[in-house]
Design a binder for this molecule. Structure first.
Ligand code: UDP
Length: 366
């Protein structure tokens, strides 16, 4: 055995775990199927702009230890996420706050906004929200649900809101203040120079091999280390024995435009049902870019098919139950630990991924 740890996947979970173990003096090998490190936080430079190749990633956390940790590997800018919603050409502020309520109803004071929401909630007659639709209406009323939530969510998840878990919408704050900051986190920003450079620094001095498919030669790779940390999808690890888990996949149409400013904001969500994409990302605005050109990505959501990149786990009841069956198999797997978004089948924010990887590393070192 050449290594203490073989880490399958050079995304945030794998890179953080590798960094922690290497820092503790363990020998570590990271292998990665793609031709680059960073997983889905990977960024590449186009026209001097850091492009978020696999979708926008905005770092935010309430955890000081995580914030201090990432700041060891990158300097963060002061980017604050304030997406704009476009509903049939009408623009609304996100997340749902006094600017949104004013635009929607003409209300001026928090009291008026509150009364409007309460009235719509009462008319809908929801006492105990059982799904995303009911949760959304009880939080912000039917008008906002119809214009800013329903179309976007159903495009993103490919399922009716009445069949989606409520927790998805609980990610979004509702505020009775004039505050367009999407996140409530204490710390927020984008690594200057891109996420790839940050992950590269985490992996400094660690053996990394790219374009390597672990599952194709599993036995050979397993023989190289005492412990395997697997961050790929848990169902593929077990050859889909109980059938595939559902994921949403995302496709990006990226264009370089010969103009300095296309939409005036990093993120514009298209919240109607007809526009085929969910949002347009204008990458330069994550870093206050002043380049003469701009790069935009239209984001299209679809149900994952084998052979595509799985993005979001669909954490509905059926899939969570199926995941539990795979998890039971994973527990019996000798010397192998499953981690990260795909290994644990979780809709993970970046800070939670890092917390989880560091926790696992300290458990291993205990
Ligand atoms: N959402 C919405 N309208 C929006 C933005 C978000 O209804 O304009 C809801 C939607 O249900 C979505 C969830 O909030 O699935 C989380 O969205 P977010 O953009 O935070 O998710 P991300 O894809 O960035 O993880």
């Amino acid at each position: 055995m050449k290594y203490d740890y073989l880490i399958v996947g050079a995304g945030l979970f794998g890179a953080c775990f590798a960094q922690q173990m290497a820092a503790a003096g363990k020998s570590v090998l990271v292998i990665e199927k793609r031709n680059h490190i960073g997983g889905n936080v990977y960024t590449e430079e186009i026209e001097g702009i850091q492009v978020h190749t696999y979708g926008a990633h905005i770092f935010h956390t309430n955890d000081k230890t995580v914030w201090d940790y990432v700041n060891r590997f990158a300097e963060f800018n002061r980017y604050t996420n304030s997406p704009v919603a476009n509903y049939h050409g009408e623009l609304y502020s996100l997340p749902f706050n006094m600017y949104t309520f004013h635009k929607m109803w003409g209300v001026v004071t928090p009291r008026e906004a509150e009364a409007k929401i309460a009235q719509q909630r009462a008319a809908a007659g929801i006492t105990q929200p059982r799904n995303l639709e009911e949760q959304a209406i009880s939080l912000v009323g039917t008008d906002i649900y119809e214009r800013l939530i329903k179309g976007y969510t159903e495009k993103q998840w490919g399922r009716p809101c009445s069949q989606l878990p409520a927790f998805i919408i609980q990610r979004l704050p509702v505020r009775l203040t004039f505050d367009n900051n999407y996140f409530t986190a204490k710390y927020q920003g984008i690594p200057i120079g891109g996420y790839t450079a940050m992950v590269d620094k985490m992996l400094a001095g660690i053996d990394v091999r790219l374009k390597v498919d672990y599952l194709e030669n599993k036995a050979d790779w397993d023989a190289m280390a005492k412990t395997v940390v697997y961050t790929g999808s848990i169902d593929s690890y077990f050859q889909f024995r109980y059938g595939p888990l559902s994921y949403r996949s995302v496709r990006f149409e990226t264009e370089v435009l010969d103009m300095p400013n296309f939409q005036g904001n990093a993120v514009v969500n298209y919240t109607d049902a007809q526009t085929p994409y969910t949002r347009i990302i204008e990458h330069k605005f994550f870093e206050f870019g002043t380049q003469p050109k701009t790069v935009i990505s239209r984001e299209y959501s679809s149900e994952w098919q084998p052979g595509e990149e799985p993005y979001y786990p669909v954490n509905d009841e059926e899939n969570n139950a199926l995941y539990q069956r795979y998890k039971a198999l994973a527990r019996k797997e000798k010397n192998t630990i499953f981690g990260g978004r795909l290994g644990e089948y979780r809709y993970y924010d970046m800070d939670a991924v890092l917390l989880s990887a560091r926790k696992l590393a300290s458990q291993e070192l205990d």
